[in-house]
Write a protein that binds this ligand. Structure first.
Ligand SMILES: NC(=O)c1ccc[n+]([C@@H]2O[C@H](COP(=O)([O-])OP(=O)(O)OC[C@H]3O[C@@H](n4cnc5c(N)ncnc54)[C@H](O)[C@@H]3O)[C@@H](O)[C@H]2O)c1
Length: 374
C-alpha cells in the first residue's frame, strides 16, 4: 500500500465522529483495489464485515490477502458467477446474523445484493437495516423492484459523483488506447460512436475527441442529443445512420449496442463497454452470428461472423477500464468519503423503505476534506 497516500477516509471518520456499531454486520459487494482495501479496513472497525464478494476479480491477491489477514471472509467469483455467489453468501450472512441476533447492512456497488435479498430472501428483510450504494446502477436496481422493503441510502447522483464521471470517461479511453497501442493501432483519425451521453458517455466522447478521433453520439433521450449537437458532436439517431465507426462504445448503463447496431457495424469494428457490467452489447446476438472466436490480444476477441465481417469484442463485453488502472484512487476516495457518511445516515435514523440520496451538507464535508488533505 502506498504509505504516502493522504488518509482521506480516516480523516472523514474522525471529522464526522463515526462510531462503532457492535450489533451490526456488513455484507459487501465491492471491487478489490487498493482504494477499496483502505475503505474496507477502515469500515470493518466500525461495522464488522461478514463477507466481501469481489466484483470482476482480476487477481489483486495482495488486497484479498490483506482483507483475510484482518479476519474478513472474502470470495472472488468470476464475473459470470457473481450473482450466484452474492445469493449464496447473502444466505450465509443472513443466517449468521439471525443466529447471533445481529442486524445486517448491505454495502455495495451495482445493486446485486439488494436484488438478491428481495428476489430470494424477502422474508429475511427484517434482519436487514438497509443498503448503502455507490452507483446509479444500484439505484436503478432498487427502483426496478416491485416493492422496495428496505431503505437504500446512496451517493450515486452527487455532484462529486458527476465529477468522477469525467475521470471514468478518461479512464475508459485511456484503457482502450493502451490496448490498441499494444495491438499496433493508433486511435487518432479513427471514427468512434458513443452510445449514451450521460456523465460517463459525455466524458468518453470528449476524451476521444481530445485524442483526435471523429466522434458521433447516440442517446435515447432527445434532449441529450441536442446537448451533444451543441457540444459539437455528430448525432446518430437510428442504427441505420451509423457511419462505419472503427470503435463503438456503450456508456448507457443498459443495452445500447443492440442487435440492430451490431448488424450495422463495419468489419473490424471494436465493441467496447464503458459502463459497469457486460450488458452494453447484445452479446447473445453477437454469439448467434459468430462462426469463430479467437483471442487476438489478452483483452480482445475477434468474432468472425456468418456474413464475413469480423467484430472485435473488448474485455468480453465488460468495462474496458476494468482491464487495468482505472480512475486514480484519490478521485475514487472522495466518493468513499461520501460512502462513509452513508453509514450513520443509515444506522442513526429509523428510515422507512425508500431511496435516500446523500445530503448536500455531507457532500460539502467530503469535498472540504479532499481539498484540505490533497
Ligand atoms: N466503468 C466504470 O468505471 C464506471 C464508473 C462509474 C459509472 N459507470 C457506469 O456507467 C454507466 C453510465 O453512467 P452515467 O453516470 O453516465 O449515467 P447517466 O444516467 O448520466 O447516463 C446514461 C445515458 O445513457 C442514455 N441511455 C440509456 N439507455 C440508452 C440506450 N439504450 N441507448 C443510448 N443511450 C441510452 C440515457 O438517456 C443517459 O443520457 C452506468 O452503468 C454506471 O454504473 C461505470
Amino acid at each position: 500500500m502506498n504509505t504516502f497516500h493522504p488518509d482521506f477516509l480516516g480523516e472523514t471518520a474522525r471529522r464526522i465522529g463515526l462510531k462503532r456499531y457492535p450489533n451490526v454486520r456488513q455484507f459487501v459487494v465491492q471491487h478489490l483495489y487498493p482504494d477499496t482495501l483502505r475503505l474496507l479496513l477502515l469500515l470493518h472497525d466500525f461495522v464488522a464485515i461478514e463477507c466481501v464478494v469481489g466484483i470482476g476479480y482480476s487477481g489483486n491477491e495482495s488486497v484479498v490477502d490483506a482483507l483475510k489477514r484482518a479476519g474478513i471472509r472474502v470470495v472472488t467469483p468470476a464475473f459470470a458467477d457473481l450473482e450466484h455467489t452474492v445469493r449464496e453468501e447473502l444466505a450465509r450472512a443472513l443466517s449468521v446474523c439471525q443466529t447471533n441476533n445481529l442486524k445486517l447492512i448491505l454495502h455495495e456497488v451495482g445493486g446485486y445484493a439488494i436484488k438478491a435479498l428481495h428476489e430470494h430472501f424477502a422474508e429475511a428483510c427484517e434482519t436487514v437495516i438497509g443498503a448503502i450504494e455507490v452507483t446509479k446502477q444500484g439505484v436503478w436496481a432498487a427502483q426496478s423492484l416491485p416493492e422496495l422493503r428496505i431503505p437504500q441510502v446512496n451517493c450515486a447522483q452527487t455532484r462529486l459523483k458527476e465529477i468522477e464521471g469525467k475521470m471514468v470517461g478518461e479512464a475508459v479511453v485511456s484503457s482502450l488506447d493502451n490496448i490498441l497501442r499494444d495491438m499496433g493501432y493508433a486511435v487518432v483519425g479513427r471514427a468512434a460512436l458513443v452510445n449514451g451521453y450521460g456523465w460517463v458517455g459525455k466524458a468518453t466522447a470528449n476524451s476521444l475527441r481530445q485524442r483526435g478521433l471523429r466522434v458521433s453520439v447516440n442517446d435515447c433521450d432527445i434532449i441529450k442529443c441536442v446537448e451533444a449537437t451543441v457540444d459539437g458532436f455528430a448525432v446518430v439517431r437510428q442504427p441505420s445512420d451509423i457511419e462505419s465507426p472503427a470503435i463503438v462504445i456503450g456508456a448507457s448503463g443498459r443495452e445500447s449496442i443492440s442487435a440492430q447496431v451490431i448488424d450495422n457495424l463495419p468489419d473490424r469494428c471494436f465493441i467496447v463497454s464503458g459502463a459497469s457490467k457486460n450488458h452494453e452489447a447484445d452479446l447473445d446476438h453477437l454469439a448467434s452470428l459468430t462462426v469463430r472466436t479467437r483471442p487476438i490480444h489478452r483483452h480482445v476477441d475477434a468474432h468472425t461472423l456468418k456474413d464475413g465481417r469480423t467484430l472485435l469484442l473488448v474485455n468480453k463485453g465488460y468495462p474496458v477500464n476494468f482491464t487495468g488502472s482505472s480512475v486514480p484512487d484519490e478521485i475514487v476516495e472522495f466518493l468513499f468519503a461520501e460512502l462513509i457518511m452513508l453509514v450513520p445516515a443509515l444506522l442513526d435514523h429509523d428510515l422507512e423503505p425508500g431511496i435516500y440520496p446523500l445530503k448536500d451538507e455531507h457532500e460539502q464535508i467530503a469535498a472540504q476534506i479532499w481539498l484540505d488533505l490533497r
